[in-house]
Design a protein around this ligand. Structure first.
Ligand SMILES: [Ca+2]
Ligand SMILES: [Ca+2]
Ligand SMILES: [Ca+2]
Ligand SMILES: [Ca+2]
Length: 476
């Protein structure tokens, strides 16, 4: 039995050996497939992995490894070959479209940026795009963008998509738009006082603003010193974008008070117990608004004439204040001091030049009024420029220093209130007043009534030679 089993086994072995020698002529099968699907347009926009799948009735000797395709390109053919142990081969391929590059987008603005950097109209940005591979997907390019309102460093962004789905963008920046003019205002000082007039030198000050591109230059202050109606001030401002604005303001300036002319009374001594002040008051610009005397309004007649009507005078000094106001508010004040009932020591001699007088009445001499007349408290002494008054107690010393022109005989003159009488001691008494000559110590003099000075008398003291007088006036 054991021998039979061995023989059968051998047969079976032989039989099997005969079957193994059949030749394999069938190639393997192989397929190639991407692990991801392209988009609807047939394009990838990332790297693509391709896998190969191999099979064979016998045994596969080699199957291509997976391939990662990361190169941009259209119709890229990726192939792989499988081999079985018999050496049969089969090849599979797949065609890929890969585009990983976004479109290039560009932009153009209209109008172009001016040299100032500031557009003064709306700006439209138009986009363009190119794509080297898959090409632009229709309708994906951003339509033109119009920037209509003012802005600083505005921007517009455009987009385009290629067939692979890549999105390209471009942002155009630095768009400055200023369509509005700058603002300018002017303020005038001083303010209007009344009736539309200003009464001081007018200074115009400008204020400029611009909300966008900014002010290039704002006018400097302007000064208007002169009186005038309907004067105008103008200033212009520019902004960086080139816009300008102008402001004009009209104003009236009257800084001059009215002019007061007194026609009566003449001089400052009035013998009558009443006086009437008359004159004219005018104002060349805004016109006279009012005139008062000691606060009482006066009527102003044609040509600006006025009359105070009778004004009572007290003995001694009487002060009248005239105030003329123009419509702008300027006030001219004139103070008149009128003396009445003269008991003054010394009144106005009113010499003519060259005639002689207090002192050297040559062409260079001058006289002026003083308020110092201490003996009786009034003030009507008209003195030469070089006259000196010295008051000690109730004694007034009058000293004239003279220089006389050739041919002029100086006369030292005093107005006194009563008839002067020469005393034995060489002094002169006039009413309550004693006159003591000091230089020269003895004088030649004449007295005469001086009706031009109301109740006064005049003493003319003549000089034998040279000049230089001094006397003392003291109470008797
Ligand atoms: Ca095969
Ligand atoms: Ca592309
Ligand atoms: Ca502007
Ligand atoms: Ca005036």
């Amino acid at each position: 039995m054991r021998g039979l089993f061995a023989a059968v086994s051998l047969l079976v072995t032989l039989s099997s050996h005969a079957t193994a020698q059949v030749v394999d002529v069938t190639p393997p099968t192989v397929t190639a497939a991407a692990t991801t699907a392209p988009n609807a347009n047939g394009w990838y926009r990332t790297a693509v992995r391709v896998r190969f799948t191999c099979a064979d009735a016998g045994r596969i000797a080699s199957c291509p490894p997976a391939v990662l395709v990361s190169t941009d390109g259209e119709d890229q053919v990726i192939s792989g070959t499988a081999r079985d142990r018999a050496g049969n081969t089969a090849t599979a391929s797949i065609t890929l479209n890969i585009d990983r590059t976004a479109p290039v987008v560009t932009a153009l603005r209209s109008p172009e940026a001016p040299p100032t950097g500031w557009a003064t109209t709306p700006v439209t940005v138009t986009f363009a795009a190119t794509d080297a591979l898959s090409g632009l997907a229709p309708g994906t390019l951003t339509a033109p963008v119009t920037l209509a309102t003012d802005r600083t460093n505005g921007s517009a962004t455009g987009r385009a998509t290629d067939l692979a789905g890549n999105v390209g963008t471009f942002k155009l920046t630095g768009i400055n738009i200023d369509q509005r003019a700058p603002r300018i205002t002017v303020s005038l000082s001083p303010a209007v006082s009344r009736r539309g007039y200003r009464t001081g030198v007018v200074t115009a000050h400008f204020t400029c603003t611009d909300a966008r591109s900014g002010v290039v230059s704002c006018p400097a202050d302007q000064v208007f010193p002169d009186d005038g109606v309907a004067q105008s001030v103008t200033g212009t401002v520019f902004d960086v974008a080139g816009h300008s604005s102008t402001v004009t303001k009209v104003f009236n300036l009257d800084a001059t008070p009215p002019v007061l002319g007194i026609t009566a009374p003449e001089g400052d001594f009035v013998a009558d117990p009443t006086t009437t002040i008359t004159g004219t008051v005018t104002d060349a610009l805004s016109g006279v608004a009012s005139l008062t005397v000691n606060g009482r309004a006066l009527r102003i007649g044609a040509g600006g004439t006025f009359s105070s009507g009778p004004l009572a005078l007290a003995d001694g000094a009487n002060t009248f204040t005239l105030a003329a106001t123009d419509r702008a508010g300027n006030v001219r004040q004139h103070i008149m001091t009128l003396r009445h009932g003269c008991n003054n020591l010394v009144a106005d001699p009113q010499f003519d030049a060259g005639e002689s007088g207090f002192m050297a009445q040559d062409d260079s001499s001058s006289v002026q009024r003083t308020a110092d007349s201490p003996i009786d408290g009034a003030h009507s002494l008209r003195i030469a420029r070089t006259r000196t008054l010295e008051l000690t107690g109730s004694v007034l010393r009058v000293i004239d220093a003279c220089s006389v022109a050739a041919g002029v005989r100086p006369v030292f003159q005093l107005q006194v209130p009563a008839l002067p009488v020469l005393q034995e001691d060489g002094t002169i008494v006039a009413g309550a007043l004693r006159i003591v000559p000091l230089q020269p110590a003895t004088v030649a003099w004449t007295a005469m009534a001086a009706p031009e000075f109301s109740r006064g008398y005049r003493i003319d003291i003549t000089s034998a030679a040279g000049c230089g007088f001094s006397v003392e006036l003291r109470p008797q």
